[in-house]
Design a protein around this ligand. Structure first.
Ligand SMILES: [Fe+2]
Length: 212
């Protein structure tokens, strides 16, 4: 297994995995702007921060290193979460029975989980943050969490479904009407991708828990 160097400073901008003109209720202008400016900005800044970190020496002031490490974590997580967000958009498939069963076991019903997701997202409306359905690698539990910035994600969890609630993800189309954006997001979920992530996370959990 070849490990990636820690500070390459050359992360590529991943193209959108769907045609942005084909989403339902989310405009091409919104998606392209979000992808190029917000996600793209995160990748470009992360690359610059990695280049700066690659050059630190014993003479670099600790406060400079600390500031660079903070920016590194912010923009690495922003990059990863945006890639997961765009990856679970594109409107492919219906919710699989695998995912529906997991959500029902965890929340009582799929509808009850959807309620949790929507109410959690509305809690961030007018502010900013992420809503994430995550799979905990230690317990195997599904968790629905919200974060106020890029750095507050649940540790030891694999994101299954990611909803961007920063205003840049909806303001162009909906102004402050966050509920309309959440409706449109729901219409465009790529359930095939969410199920694939669940299946992979379960394999990872089995591998991590074997022998313990
Ligand atoms: Fe975003």
């Amino acid at each position: 297994m070849t490990l990636t160097p820690a500070l390459t400073g050359n992360h590529p901008l991943r193209p959108l995995p769907f045609n942005p003109a084909t989403l339902s209720g989310l405009s091409e202008r919104l998606i392209v702007s979000h992808h190029e400016n917000n996600y793209g900005g995160a990748v470009r800044i992360l690359n610059r921060v990695e280049q700066e970190l690659a050059g630190i020496t014993k003479d670099t002031p600790p406060l400079v290193v600390a500031a660079l490490r903070e920016r590194e974590l912010t923009f690495r997580n922003s990059k990863n979460l945006h890639e997961a967000y765009f990856g679970n958009l594109g409107r492919r498939g219906d919710m699989s029975s695998t995912l529906a069963r997991a959500l029902t076991e965890t929340y009582g019903s799929v509808g009850r989980w959807e309620e949790h997701l929507r109410l959690t997202a509305m809690g961030l409306g007018g502010g900013s943050g992420w809503v994430i359905l995550g799979f905990e690698l230690d317990s195997g539990a599904l968790r629905t969490v919200s974060t106020g910035n890029h750095k507050e994600t649940l540790s030891n969890a694999v994101p299954l479904l990611v909803l961007d609630m920063y205003e840049h993800s909806y303001h162009l189309d909906f102004g402050a009407a966050a509920a309309k954006y959440i409706d449109a997001f729901w219409q465009n979920v790529n359930w095939e991708e969410v199920t694939t992530r669940l299946e992979r996370a379960r394999l990872a959990q089995q591998a991590l828990s074997s022998g313990s």
